[in-house]
Design a protein around this ligand. Structure first.
Ligand code: KG4
Ligand code: ZN
Length: 335
């Protein structure tokens, strides 16, 4: 079964074709990130307008790369929540028009379920149940994936998402947006033990909190400025990355140990972080759990992950009507 996936929840306009939820046929991503970087973050209005401009050509290229016509796909899957609403609606309306015009089923896909499904594209052996840390620009969840479309949230951030913390710290350090890759790059030449940063206390065994950590970085920078000194950017980037990767990996591994999970995954933009991947990989091996990491090209927003999850949503009978709406927020375990 060939599913055309469409993704437009943030600043990537993406379309992809995936066979049976597992095999990538084509994958096209157009992005307004360079333009967004001028403003130090995503400006929703700009994102929506660029989606409207890019989406037809992006979908056409995904079809052309696969050597397919719209009539050749079996269903159209689209991110309908959560995300920047103006951005989400561009994809939803395009998918609706395409599905309506071709008479194909329309499959609504939750963006974070899509991030988790990015792992299915790389690892043919992976199937639920497993435990997954989903860490993106807007969310940080520790999720038990009980079945293809059944989830239980064990922990979450009580304030900033992990990616958001990377973005804010990058901005404080004068590093470009998006912050994750630029902090990781700066950290390469830094000493992760140079600055002592706190592990914020948080209620809930598997919950995380990053706002205190972000503030600690800001305070170090301001204190240095007041003393007429400069912060060592690589050292601070490395110290911050080390702390956040330690926090995330410890919580995930604690949840894995307590629930007896035998399979662990990472998902979302922050899953591209090398230090996080290393810590989770090492910890999983100590626990004797299997570890699956998404390929770097599937960590950030893309439509292949939406087509992959779309396949399982379709099999689960989750089809949308022509009144499908976009939603800015929606729990991953919605039914
Ligand atoms: O999943 P994603 O592409 O979009 C959302 O759904 O939000 O995640 C984007 C987030 C950004 O905050 C970005 O800074 C972060 O993922 N990110 C990283 C890395 N690459 C992207 N964070 C840490 N290390 C990275 N290598
Ligand atoms: Zn995302």
């Amino acid at each position: 079964m060939y599913i055309l996936g469409i993704e437009s929840s943030c600043d990537e306009t993406a379309a992809a074709i995936v066979k049976d939820g597992r095999t990538l046929i084509s994958n096209v991503i157009s992005t307004s990130v360079q333009e967004q970087a001028l403003y130090g973050g995503v400006v929703p209005e700009i994102a929506s307008r660029r989606h409207a401009e890019y989406i037809s050509a992006t979908v056409q290229k995904a079809l052309a790369d696969a050597g397919m016509q719209p009539a050749d796909v079996d269903a159209v899957a689209v991110t309908f929540a959560p995300g920047l609403i103006g951005a989400v609606l561009v994809g939803v309306n395009f998918a609706k028009g395409l599905a309506y015009g071709t008479g194909k089923p329309l499959v609504p896909v939750h963006h974070l379920r899509g991030h988790i499904a990015a792992n299915y594209l790389t690892h043919p052996a992976l199937k639920p149940p497993f435990l997954c840390l989903v860490a993106s620009g807007g969310h940080s969840h520790i999720v038990e994936v009980a079945d293809w479309c059944r989830y239980r949230v064990l922990g979450r951030t009580v304030d900033d998402a992990a990616g958001e913390a990377f973005d804010k710290v990058a901005r404080t350090l004068g590093l470009p947006y998006p912050g994750g890759p630029s902090v990781a790059q700066a950290a390469k030449t830094g000493d992760p033990h140079a600055y002592k940063l706190p592990t914020p206390h948080v209620e809930g065994k598997y919950n995380v909190s990053f706002s205190g950590l972000k503030t600690a970085v800001m305070n170090e920078v301001h204190n240095a400025q007041q003393r007429g000194q400069e912060i060592n950017v690589p050292d601070m980037a490395a110290s911050f990355q080390e702390r956040i990767a330690q926090i995330l990996s410890k919580k995930l591994l604690a949840a894995a140990a307590d629930t007896g999970a035998t399979t662990i995954c990472l998902a979302g933009g922050v899953a591209a972080n090398g230090r996080l991947r290393q810590l989770v990989n090492d910890g999983a091996q100590k626990l004797g759990a299997k570890i699956y990491l998404p390929e770097l090209k599937f960590c950030g927003d893309n439509a292949a992950m939406i087509a992959a999850q779309g396949y399982y949503e379709y099999l689960d009978g989750n089809l949308a009507g022509w009144d499908l709406n976009g939603l800015p927020t929606l729990a991953i375990d919605y039914r």
